[in-house]
Design a binder for this molecule. Structure first.
Ligand code: FES
Length: 151
């Protein structure tokens, strides 16, 4: 069992609203969704018969104040399994198939500043011990959008 694994999925600008990605983490297939500015993570295995839940349709909660007045509310979102249509809350994994039916595991997804994900380079260098050999190095610099190597 895997606990506490943090996985960087993508820069936020490369993960536009409406996109989903299915990733493998610790042997589990997990769907990561961006709906507007909200992110959701949910296991890609339907509790019913193991269908690929995360390729299903994402649905809003439909409400109606009167006959013919159905509309999608802006609140909870559900995902419908593509195999038999069972639905689960995208945020909590709650099943909507009646009492006793299992939900699906959901995961926290958030935004982190890139700086917070960088390793502590100075700390890592402090533990290195210089060896007796030195590799030849060359100056590399960027000039007017071109990468130039001086040998
Ligand atoms: S396997 Fe998902 S609804 Fe049946």
């Amino acid at each position: 069992m895997v606990f506490g694994v943090r996985t960087v999925i993508a820069p936020v600008e490369a993960f536009p609203p409406g996109e989903r990605r299915i990733v493998e983490v610790g042997g589990r297939s997990i769907g990561v969704f961006r709906i507007g500015d909200r992110f959701f993570g949910i296991r890609n295995r339907c509790p019913h018969q193991g269908g690929p839940l995360c390729i299903g349709h994402v649905l809003g909660h439909v409400v109606a104040d009167a006959p013919g007045g159905a509309r999608v509310s802006g609140g909870a979102l559900r995902i419908a399994c593509p195999w038999h249509g069972w639905e689960y809350d995208l945020e909590t994994g709650q099943s909507f198939m009646g009492g006793g039916e299992p939900g699906v595991r959901s995961y926290g997804v958030g935004l982190e500043p890139g700086q917070a994900l960088m390793p502590d380079l100075d700390h890592g260098r402090a533990r290195l011990v210089p060896g007796p050999y030195t590799a030849e190095t060359f100056e590399v610099r960027v000039e007017d959008d071109y990468v130039v190597l001086d040998v």
